[in-house]
Design a protein around this ligand. Structure first.
Ligand SMILES: Nc1nc2c(ncn2[C@@H]2O[C@H](COP(=O)(O)OP(=O)(O)OP(=O)(O)O)[C@@H](O)[C@H]2O)c(=O)[nH]1
Ligand SMILES: [Mg+2]
Length: 252
């Protein structure tokens, strides 16, 4: 049946199919969460409730989209690895980015009261989303290493910064001044000598971020297929050990 005389406008919609046989990393990041965290009284430097809510939304996304094999989250961001061969939405970029960002955001809002029972949402939060394609396993490993190294750098700085303010009584300006030009070893030393804090003993959730893996459940098969379950870890994903254990994620 011929379309209406207006139907030609569809031709202006350009295809945006992502290159086949490449890894997709989908990353989302809270929009203006500096303000959002302030307005909702997030604990500094790390708010356990907020991080657990991010994990919950990430898990919901992985339950819905089985082609996501791995996810890594810190602060207001989460990265998801989709298998190389995924045919999700025929690999249409805008469709994938918009649908996944929207589901994550609605899960964040939907589950908010469970993590912040005494803090009503003052306004609707939003997240930006993007996809980056990576050609081989090495870039994918380096991508996740980059994000976890970032977690380490930010968390060490923030932990020292807020200790100087909360326990040391410094102003934000003075705390910045103390930390200016310091390297990692100096921050460890400040935390230990001034506040008795051994940084390496802090909760790995804060130091390593959150890692969700779709792990195989040995000896359990469902309709002939190996069953999988989502595991939440707070472990190192930079060294080889992790990839030796979960390398199947990259090869499916
Ligand atoms: N207090 C507190 N703040 C947090 C926590 N997690 C994230 N944030 C805030 O969220 C910000 C996230 O950093 P960015 O994503 O670079 O900043 P943003 O304000 O979201 O800016 P855009 O992402 O560019 O929109 C941090 O700088 C903190 O201000 C937390 O656990 N506690
Ligand atoms: Mg942000």
């Amino acid at each position: 049946m011929a379309g209406s005389k207006f139907a030609y406008v569809r031709k202006f919609e350009l295809p945006d199919v992502l290159l086949p046989s490449t890894f997709m990393v989908f990353r989302l990041d809270g929009h203006s969460f500096h303000r959002f965290s302030d307005e909702h009284g997030f604990v500094k430097p790390n708010d356990l409730r907020a991080l657990q809510l991010m994990d919950h939304a990430a898990k919901s996304l992985m339950e819905e989209y089985k082609d996501i094999g791995l996810a890594f989250g810190e602060s207001d961001e989460y990265s998801f690895l989709l298998r190389k061969s995924t045919a999700l939405y025929n690999r249409r970029q805008a469709k994938i980015v918009s649908t996944l960002t929207s589901l994550f955001t609605s899960c964040y809002v939907f589950h908010w009261p469970r993590y912040f029972p005494d803090v009503p949402l003052r306004y609707p939060p939003s997240f930006d989303g993007r996809i980056v394609l990576y050609p081989s396993e090495q870039e994918v490993r380096d991508y996740f290493a980059w994000r976890q190294a970032d977690t380490h750098i930010n968390n060490l700085y923030n932990t020292a910064f807020w200790a100087l303010i909360q326990q040391g009584g410094l102003t934000t300006t003075d705390a910045h001044a103390v930390l200016r030009g310091t390297v990692s070893k100096d921050k460890h030393e400040i935390l230990f000598s001034r506040f008795g804090v051994n940084y390496d003993k802090l909760d790995p959730r804060y130091r390593k971020g959150s890692v969700f893996v779709r792990a195989e459940v040995p000896s359990y098969k469902k309709k002939g297929k190996v069953a999988t379950q989502l595991e939440l870890l707070h472990c190192d994903i930079i060294r080889d050990d992790f990839w030796e254990k979960y390398g199947h994620i990259l090869r499916e």
